[in-house]
Ligand binder design. Structure first.
Ligand code: PHB
Ligand code: FE
Length: 329
């Protein structure tokens, strides 16, 4: 007699199906389908599997990020810092007005554990959610085919001092094997000459940020390269589409360091289109605290994202103490 009854997880095309609160997540060969409860039954929503996994990768890697991570114009997460809200249709005025939206709040570690499991199960061998489509191909699709834990557990180098200074973690540079990306073959690789006064050799350093970024093997993944009080400089290399529509909860600044990015700007609460902004090399723009934005980069480009990590700033915007824009003209 078999006394063991095991709860079997339903699978589709070899992929596990997941539940978080009242949300369900299912993937098949091409798509991810999310469902949530509404007044008369359940609402379902379908996304391309590669787009879903690229967005989920950012939520995992960035710990739910600042403010809202819209996977598309229907589904997403909102960081409540310690807790996290998952929503279907909440920031889409049509779903919301039609009563088809749903919101549920989770303790962040609980939600994080589940989305890491989804990512581990649904990312196939050969698919890298951080890579540009031309570099990872169509490996996201098809029946379950192995996994790519190396790509989704990338070791993040946390710098203790300026990269390159004594006592810092090793700089991921020429020395550890990252090659120059095909889009940055023309980026000079020379390093600055450093002439420190005797006795200050361990205090002074410089490196070629363009050369450093030319070797980045990930896209749309800002890394924190300098911290000055609440001011974070986060350069990143961008190709194809920012996998999320970021709903800001503070002002961000962008400095386009090379090439071009086209940005679609929307209203954060309704999703209504507000602007198109083409940023060319050398352009600087602020992204207000009440918008959503998604970038499109035809050729891999370099972008500096400047973040304010003042923990009180969200409340200051919400209370109206600070306007959503940074400058009064
Ligand atoms: C942003 O939401 O501001 C953002 C996120 C990732 C990037 C660039 C910009 O790579
Ligand atoms: Fe943003």
């Amino acid at each position: 007699m078999n006394a063991v009854t095991e709860k079997t997880q339903p699978t589709v095309a070899g992929y596990r199906t997941f539940e978080l609160g009242a949300f369900t997540f299912m993937r098949d060969e091409y798509f991810v389908t999310i469902t949530w409860p509404v007044k008369h039954g359940r609402q379902s929503h379908t996304m391309s599997a590669d787009a879903f996994l690229r967005a989920l990768m950012r939520d995992v890697a960035w710990g739910f990020f600042y403010g809202v991570v819209n996977f598309d114009n229907v589904f997403g997460t909102r960081n409540l810092y310690g807790k996290v809200e998952f929503f279907g249709g909440r920031l889409n005025e049509h779903y919301h007005k039609a009563g088809m939206s749903y919101v549920e709040v989770f303790d962040s570690p609980v939600a994080m554990k589940l989305i890491k499991e989804i990512l581990a199960d649904w990312v196939n061998d050969g698919f890298d959610p951080f890579a540009a489509p031309m570099e990872t191909g169509d490996a996201a699709f098809g029946e379950k085919n192995g996994s790519n834990l190396k790509a989704i557990d990338r070791f993040r180098v946390a710098t203790k001092r300026m990269p390159g200074l004594k006592g810092d973690s090793p700089l991921r540079e020429e020395s550890n094997g990252y090659s120059i990306n095909r889009a940055f073959a023309d980026v000079a690789q020379d390093q600055p000459e450093i002439k420190a006064e005797p006795g200050f050799e361990d205090e002074m350093h410089a490196f070629n940020l363009f050369a450093y970024l030319s070797r980045s093997d990930v896209t749309w993944n800002p890394s924190v390269t300098s911290v000055c009080k609440n001011s974070l400089f986060c350069p990143t290399t961008e190709e194809y589409i920012l996998p999320i529509i970021h709903g800001n909860d503070r002002v961000e600044w962008f400095f386009q360091m090379s090439d071009e990015i086209m940005w679609n700007i929307t209203d954060k609460e309704t999703g209504r289109p507000r602007a198109r902004v083409l940023m060319k090399a050398g352009d600087v723009a602020s992204m207000p605290a009440d918008i959503g934005h998604q970038g499109f980069s035809k050729k891999r480009s370099m972008l500096l994202v400047w973040e304010n990590v003042n923990p009180n700033i969200v409340k200051m915007h919400e209370s109206g103490e600070l306007p959503p824009y940074p400058v009064e003209f």
